[in-house]
Design a protein around this ligand. Structure first.
Ligand SMILES: C[S@@+](CC[C@H](N)C(=O)[O-])C[C@H]1O[C@@H](n2cnc3c(N)ncnc32)[C@H](O)[C@@H]1O
Length: 220
């Protein structure tokens, strides 16, 4: 399934109308042009391929901070069904998830607070361009963010309550403002101690902390 064929299924006129209804904030970055379906479908096909979703058996996917809903939309073309999870602060995302028919749970991820019960477990849990670990801005403009202990709480909660036995958790991070990786030495050590495989901006974790997960995984 190519990006072009997926793109052809989208109502781009309606996406443009949604953007007119909910205009960009002043100074919004190009990366936030969520009405640019061609750009976002390409990125999400790549994300799916990185996890071998184009050759895996049907999976149940939970996408944390699902945003506009493109990842779950793309997953469907590879045979996977999913559920989004997000706050409801961005009216554009309300519109795009409805348009893309992406179902989502509205809730906020908070440090050291268990996620709400979703009454099911998933084969794959994803969070792309994670923001939920950012608590506030410090005076110097840097983010005050989750500590390693906050991450351990979150990973343990997700592992024990939402992941199937062979499940995987994929977290992808923005680079830092200075261009450095999200994974400082301290955070790198924290994720590795949880059994993560770290590759560039991504950390992948298995349900079982003693099992090193693989990006290229096809078995269910
Ligand atoms: C940078 S956007 C990424 C959207 C999408 N995952 C993507 O890669 O295109 C971050 C997303 O996380 C959501 N988010 C931010 N803080 C959150 C929190 N505390 N709990 C749940 N979702 C949150 C935002 O609403 C937004 O949809």
């Amino acid at each position: 399934m190519s990006s072009r064929r997926i793109l052809a299924t989208l109502d781009r006129a309606e996406l443009a109308r949604l953007r007119e209804r909910y205009p960009h904030r002043p100074n919004a970055r190009k990366i936030n042009a969520y009405e640019d379906a061609a750009y976002w479908i390409d990125i999400n096909v790549e994300r799916a391929q990185d996890l071998w979703l184009d050759r895996a058996p049907p999976l149940r996917v939970l996408d944390l901070g699902c945003g506009a809903g493109y990842f779950l939309y793309v997953c469907r073309f590879f045979g996977h069904e999913g559920l989004g999870f997000d706050t409801d602060e961005e009216p554009l995302f309300r519109g795009t998830t409805e348009l893309l028919n992406v179902q989502r749970v509205i809730a906020r991820i908070e440090p050291r607070v268990p996620l709400p019960d979703l009454e099911e477990k998933f084969d794959l849990i994803t969070a792309h361009r994670v923001c939920f670990h950012r608590i506030s801005r410090a005076e110097n403009g840097e983010w005050v963010e989750w500590t390693p202990a906050d991450w351990k709480f979150f990973i343990n909660d997700v592992r024990t309550r939402f992941m199937k036995r062979d499940g995987r958790l994929l977290l992808e991070f923005h680079p830092r403002r200075d261009g450095n990786s999200f994974f400082t030495n301290q955070l790198c050590a924290c994720f590795l101690s949880e059994g993560a495989r770290i590759f560039r901006s991504k950390a992948l974790l298995s349900a079982d902390p003693t099992r090193r997960p693989r990006f290229k995984e096809v078995k269910k």
